[in-house]
Design a protein around this ligand. Sequence first.
Ligand code: ADP
Ligand code: MG
Length: 473
Amino acid sequence: MSLDNTQSIVEDSPITSELIQKYEKLFTLTPEKMRSIVDAFVETLKRGLEQYGQVVPMIPAFVFGWPTGEETGDYLALDLGGTNLRVCLVTLSGGGKFDIKQKKYRLTEEQKQMEGSLLFDFCADSLSAFLESAQAEGTIKAGAELPMGFTFSYPCQQDRIDHGILIRWTKGFGNPNVEGFDVTQLFADSLKKHNVPVSLTALVNDTTGALIASHYTNPRTRIGVILGTGCNAAYAERVGNIPKMKDLGIPDDTLMSINCEWGAFDSFEHKHLPRTKYDEIIDLTSNKPHEQAFEKCISGRYLGEIFRLVMKELIDEGVIFLGKDTSKLNEEYCFDTAYLSTMESDMTPELLTIVSVFSQHYKIETTLAERQFFKALANLIGTRSARLASCGMAAIVKKLDILDEGCSIGIDGSLYDMYPGFKERIHEGLTDIFGEKGKNVVTHHAEDGSGLGSAIIAAMTKTRKDKGFFTNL
Ligand code: ADP
Ligand code: MG
């Protein structure tokens, strides 16, 4: 933990160097530990390809091959993420070029729990309002029925591209009457109720969207990753390497996108990840105990909560905020992961941005020693997240056996995009795992990946629709 010039302050503060070392020890991942996680991860990926119903389900996404870059036309994309709903109008102009117009709506905690049909009504309503204003501006012709990709970032069992049954909610969602149902049907019902003129062409996971969108603009892309509210990855696998699909008669050399749903790695068993007691509290108090073990250590929904739980412990032990009213920190999930970014970015000697995080949002005055500790703690939690994410990426690289040739990984989501130094920490993790060869794997921001990818997949689907059961084969 880098407390640099803080030693003198630490001396007359309850924040001792032993205390700091304790957290350092809890959150630091050694290269050896990372390599053992990668090995277990590779086995887990293989198991998911072999059999249905595995913890990491390796879901065939029924997106075949890569885009040519020459897909063209206007498409709608509706992206139901874990924090935001985005409605996009995507114009593909060929040559890997595109234009996106989008509107973003923040989802409330209430919307994440209300009756499922109401959630889809909200999606249909937002789409309808977006279409009306696009028609008023003249960007869409009135009466035109545009093809739409629906980016739905939760594990769905698919047997074709425009259909998918929700296996389980993740990322804190719990809307009744959606698990076990076909979400495209639920959404289509809402669209019909609201008279929204679109044809739902493709159901796409955000990771598959990021994979395909990244490949459209950068053909060296082999893996798509999401680091936002949740954490997940997709990559393209030869059908011949997916034993559980062997009876479908798809040629072995066909490439199929696989939505790994890797957030579930180490769920239930809890054998491989170095979980702290804060991770356990988050898990057991979540609406899905024991599930999504990997995601809960990494993604934007949880990092702020891990930080808050450490603060709560230190408040109870009388180490921080002595004599202060800390009641505003009592509410679960009240500490946004974005504050960890803010704290890590604060380069002022007095850490004045951190002063305002606590004074403005929680009405707490902080000491300099506390602020220095918080900055270092944010660094530990953020670094563990990035290094664990790099373990998952390394596992796919190893599974594909592409370390020597190298590849690019397209990553979308606010954590990757906005957390200072996150990308560098991932790359450092890859080098710790693979040595110098780790540098053959690079990452890039899959900008608007979820929405753009969904539109491209809708386009791929449309052009291949006449080719039989596998809608976009
Ligand atoms: P979604 O998951 O809905 O697609 P995003 O990719 O924007 O949306 O991710 C939202 C998550 O990113 C939230 O958990 C939020 O806490 C986190 N986040 C937002 N801004 C930042 C930031 N500046 N630094 C780190 N995390 C952030
Ligand atoms: Mg997203």
